[in-house]
Every structure is written in C-alpha cells, then in structure tokens.
Design a protein. Structure first.
Length: 132
C-alpha cells in the first residue's frame, strides 16, 4: 500500500499509479525487506526513489508520513491502525504482491485445525490452489 500524508494532492484517491509519486520524498524501513521492495518497484516504474528518512518500525514510519516528511509503502497488515493524518492508497497493479506458502508432511493426517487454517487462507487470498 502507498502511505500519503493527508494533505498530499493524491490523498483522496483510492488507487494511484506509482509513477505519480516519482518526484516525492520517500520514507522507508531501515535494514528491512520493504526497502528492497521499494527500490525494485520504483525502478520497474522507471524511477529511483529519493529516500530522505529511514524508520525503525512501521509506527515510526506512520508518524513520519503523518508529519508530512514524505510518502512510503507498507504491507496492508502493517497499517491497519493509522490516524487521520495518513491516507492508505492502493498502488495500481499491485507491484509487490505477497506470496504465502503452506507446507505439510506427506505422511501426516491433516488435523481439523490445519484444514480450518487452509480454508481461511483460501478465503482471504481468493485462491483455489492447494497442491497435495
């Protein structure tokens, strides 16, 4: 997800092309996989992000965005709780989808809890895939 200060010109939009924020200042997580994701998706969109701050955690990142210090990206689950000063906007094409894999031992019988977990993952992801 793209995180924008509430006063940002694109903050009222539901979906944004990444190229539209190419000239913005960026905030990212220090020593965190999201930093490499940011670099990759921005390069794929044709620009290098101008990173001006690095946050230690998502709460700090949200604080910096809410103060208007820049824009950022974060997984949807990391920004479930945010104040009105931060707008969470989808990036067109979802350039960094999350892939979750489940594995099981072939010789084990699946417990009811395991089957419920698999059903939950299928429901959330919309996926019908499940290899045996």
């Amino acid at each position: 997800m793209l995180l924008l200060p509430a006063a940002h010109p694109l903050a009222r939009r539901r979906i944004v092309d990444l190229e539209e924020v190419a000239g913005d200042r960026w905030i990212t997580r220090s020593s965190h996989p999201v930093a490499s994701v940011l670099e990759r998706i921005c390069r794929e969109a044709g620009f290098d992000p101008h990173v001006v701050f690095e946050a230690n955690d998502y709460q700090e990142l949200l604080g910096m965005v809410s103060a208007g210090l820049g824009v950022a990206i974060a997984p949807r689950l990391a920004v479930r709780s945010h104040g009105p000063e931060v707008k969470v906007v989808a990036i067109r094409g979802n350039p960094a989808p999350r892939r979750i894999l489940l594995a099981k031992l072939a010789e084990r019988v699946q417990s009811p809890a395991t089957l419920a977990l698999v059903r939950s993952f299928r429901t959330v992801s919309g996926s019908k895939e499940w290899s045996r």
